[in-house]
Design a protein around this ligand. Structure first.
Ligand SMILES: NC(=O)c1ccc[n+]([C@@H]2O[C@H](COP(=O)([O-])OP(=O)(O)OC[C@H]3O[C@@H](n4cnc5c(N)ncnc54)[C@H](OP(=O)(O)O)[C@@H]3O)[C@@H](O)[C@H]2O)c1
Length: 364
């Protein structure tokens, strides 16, 4: 018998998640049932939960239990039941899902390449979260896993590098990248290779060897050794940690030589920075990839962007997946039973950046 289940996170303590069984949903006219094949979890999913209220992520998949929210995840699904005339069963899609066995959806704006889930509650977030791209069948599961893990992260790295490139990299003589072990960080270092400026990694002591092994940074320092980085060079700070104490140290260390502070991530923070006049140098500028993608769409550039992006993403996935020295070891979890423990690891920071967590919700 088909099981319908979903992972729900306790909003008041995001380290706690429950696997909840649900009644079999009944489709209304115009709806489809997606059976979730494969989804990935990284720290980025924890950040969606951290900003669940502030940035509207909790609206996308309402939870059954009061005080809980559904942490979103990226991955693949197959339409297994359809009451929508323009989306047939057997259609495969890539997009944003709850950590669940199934998702009931209401396709709108159906084209030969994609559709949008027009469910009434899916409001308040950028369009990209409601868009589902149609996928070929019989793809390579390992490649799908790499796509599920890296697509939302590398597209951020890629658009952030575009943003810096369009501004001549602020004439950087070096980039300093925090939470350098995160996939979004090292994807950004990869995308910045057309700038000759060194890419200096900052990371936790326990992740130094992993970061050095990536071969994407010029030098690696643990957070405590920020003072070893040359403060006389014009510096762009690419901030994946969001750590306010580290930000202050970075601004004080580089002083007038800090050309730009590009805030992308929050691996070490649970809120966006407030205006702080006591901070030396330029105020951090939050870079939000989803809004950048919406901007490309508004300018009619989405297709051109995606063609360029998909070509370069292939190169990156070949780099991180290279058999002789993979940057990541894929760990497939059958079913959703392991999800609460994996989420707890993201919450307490014990997660190993060398492991890529993939869930096959309907296996087992
Ligand atoms: N702005 C945007 O549009 C956008 C889009 C995508 C992702 N992001 C952000 O990019 C960040 C990185 O995401 P990711 O999925 O690439 O990460 P990831 O690969 O899962 O990163 C793992 C690394 O993050 C740090 N970390 C994770 N949890 C921590 C904790 N509880 N305490 C301390 N450090 C912790 C550690 O790095 P270190 O030891 O190196 O610090 C760890 O090795 C997230 O904050 C994510 O939301 C932003």
């Amino acid at each position: 018998m088909t099981r319908y289940a979903r992972v729900e996170s306790l909003k008041s303590d995001l380290g706690v998640a429950d696997l909840v069984d649900l009644p079999a949903p009944q489709l209304d006219e115009g709806e489809v049932m997606a059976r979730i094949e494969r989804i990935a979890l990284t720290t980025n999913n924890m950040t969606y939960a951290v900003y669940g209220d502030a940035l509207g992520y909790w609206n996308l998949f309402p939870a059954a239990q009061a005080g809980y929210g559904c942490m979103p995840a990226w991955g693949f699904a197959e339409i297994v039941e359809s009451r929508a005339s323009d989306v047939t069963t057997g259609t495969r899609i890539f997009g944003y899902f709850p950590i669940a066995t199934h998702l009931r959806m209401r396709p709108t704006t159906v084209t030969a390449r994609s559709f949008v889930d027009g469910a009434a509650h899916r409001t308040g977030t950028p369009d990209v979260y409601n868009l589902y791209e149609l996928q070929p069948r019989d793809t390579d599961p390992r490649q799908d896993s790499l796509t599920a893990i890296y697509r939302p992260l590398f597209i951020t790295s890629y658009t952030a590098a575009d943003y810096l490139r369009e501004r001549d990299f602020f004439d950087a003589e070096q980039f300093v990248v925090s939470s350098a072990s995160s996939k979004t960080a090292y994807g950004t270092a990869y995308c910045l290779t057309d700038s000759p400026a060194p890419k200096i990694a900052l990371t936790s002591a326990r992740n130094i060897d992993f970061v050095n092994g990536l071969g994407l940074y010029t030098a690696t320092h643990e957070y405590a050794d920020l003072t070893a980085v040359d403060p006389t060079k014009r510096t762009v700070y690419v901030d994946l940690s969001g750590d306010p104490a580290l930000r202050r140290r970075v601004h004080e260390h580089f002083g007038d030589q800090l050309a730009f502070d590009c805030l992308i991530g929050s691996t070490h923070a649970d809120h966006l920075p407030e205006e702080d006049e006591s901070l030396v140098g330029p105020a951090p500028v939050f870079f939000f990839a989803a809004l950048q993608l919406d901007a490309y769409k508004a300018e009619g550039q989405s297709r051109a962007f995606m063609q360029r992006y998909q070509h370069d993403e292939r190169g990156f996935l070949e780099h991180v997946g290279r058999p002789e020295r993979p940057s990541i070891e894929l760990l497939e979890h059958a079913g959703l039973e392991d999800a609460p423990a994996v989420i707890a690891g993201f919450h307490d920071g014990s997660t190993d950046p060398a492991v890529g967590h993939i869930f096959i919700p309907n296996a087992g």
